[in-house]
Design a protein around this ligand. Structure first.
Ligand code: HMG
Ligand code: MG
Length: 303
């Protein structure tokens, strides 16, 4: 079995981690989170979303966040853009990468972006063309690739069909997302293998919510079939407001600890991320949500 020697981590806490929080999080706190993540060595940070503030109020300060962050040269700051209005906001805010987001399940597509899968593709096409014309990176998220909170099972063929359309649109990366964390390694491998038959594995990433505690096993299973990009969130923050029961993304600290133990490089400073996870959890008034982060913190206080 050949595993990658380097894994790219896309840190999604400023966007996926915070979008579902009910308390008002100040723009200053979001900016500080992103700046600290930049300093810790992440080369790709999902910073915010240019979505309707009526749908996702926590992301209403997207333009301010992007205006106030300190950009680290070489770091990609990504933002979600469901339509041309979102793209225009992203372009004005000097985002490096725009993310269109569709689903493999019709029911989830309706709940999350208020249109069918085929309507969403029609909306994404001009966004993709505009991103290419402006020289921005383009990424696509594909939700409910392993199960849907409304539809239940999702056929692998549906995942492959949408992934292929995203690849044809020229997406640099396509995120195969387990929105509600129900995938288990055998299923995971089957989906990833089917997708990599139509899309180069170097363009595929795994975006796993850890609701059922399967994410580390699923990351290992993904690496075994050639995937080397994963999305993570400090302290396991996150969840989609339109996916009933979805909890946070896999905790960055846990993934970094596993990869370091396996001799796989990420370029990210685990100790700094532990501090960020503990700090951000305190901002939200809750204990740290990463097992590795809490263990490292506890060990520090006893040594
Ligand atoms: P709609 O209501 O059908 O849109 O929403 P519309 O075109 O009819 O416009 C309605 C209003 O929204 C108008 O304003 C527009 O101007 C405004 P009004 O005239 O009523 O004042 N509007 C916008 N405002 C700001 N930015 C925009 C924008 N677009 C329209 N881009 C829409 C359709 C797609 C906009 C809406 O459904 C939406 O914003 N959805 C996003 C929901 C969301 O944020 N979900 C979470 C992110 S996805 C996720 O978490 C999954 C992921 O992590 C992967 C995984 O885990 O599965 C990526
Ligand atoms: Mg997500």
């Amino acid at each position: 079995m050949i595993l990658p020697s380097f894994v790219k981590i896309v840190e999604v806490s400023p966007r996926d981690g915070l979008q579902n929080e009910k308390m008002v999080i100040s723009t200053d706190t979001k900016v500080e989170l992103i700046n600290r993540l930049s300093q810790a060595g992440f080369k790709n940070i999902e910073a915010t979303s240019f979505v309707s503030p009526k749908w996702t109020p926590q992301m209403a300060d997207a333009a301010d966040v992007m205006a106030q962050i300190t950009r680290r040269p070489g770091t990609i700051y990504s933002v979600l853009t469901p339509n041309m209005k979102g793209f225009e906001g992203a372009l004005a805010a000097r985002a490096d990468e725009v993310v269109i987001f569709g689903a493999a399940s019709e029911a989830f597509s309706q709940k999350n972006i208020n249109c069918s899968i085929s309507e969403s593709i029609e909306r994404f096409e001009p966004v993709a063309a505009a991103a290419h014309a402006a020289g921005l990176r383009l990424r696509a998220a594909l939700s409910c690739a392993f199960g849907c909170p409304y539809q239940g099972e999702v056929p692998i063929a549906d995942v492959v069909r949408v992934a292929k359309r995203f690849a044809e649109m020229g997406c640099h990366e396509i995120d195969i997302a387990d929105t509600i964390g129900v995938g288990t390694p055998k299923h995971l491998r089957a989906v990833m293998q089917a997708v990599t038959e139509v899309v180069d594995p170097a363009r595929i990433s795994g975006h796993f919510h850890d609701t059922y505690g399967q994410s580390l096993a699923n990351i290992l299973a993904s690496m075994e079939v050639g995937i080397s990009i994963f999305h993570t969130s400090v302290s396991g923050l996150g969840g989609c407001p339109y996916a009933k029961g979805a909890t946070g993304n896999v905790a960055t600290e846990d993934v970094l600890f596993m990869l370091a133990g396996m001799g796989i490089e990420t370029g990210v400073d685990l100790e700094a991320v532990v501090d960020i996870g503990q700090w951000m959890s305190a901002q939200l008034g809750r204990p740290g949500g990463s097992r590795a982060g809490n263990a490292i913190t506890a060990k520090r206080s006893t040594s």
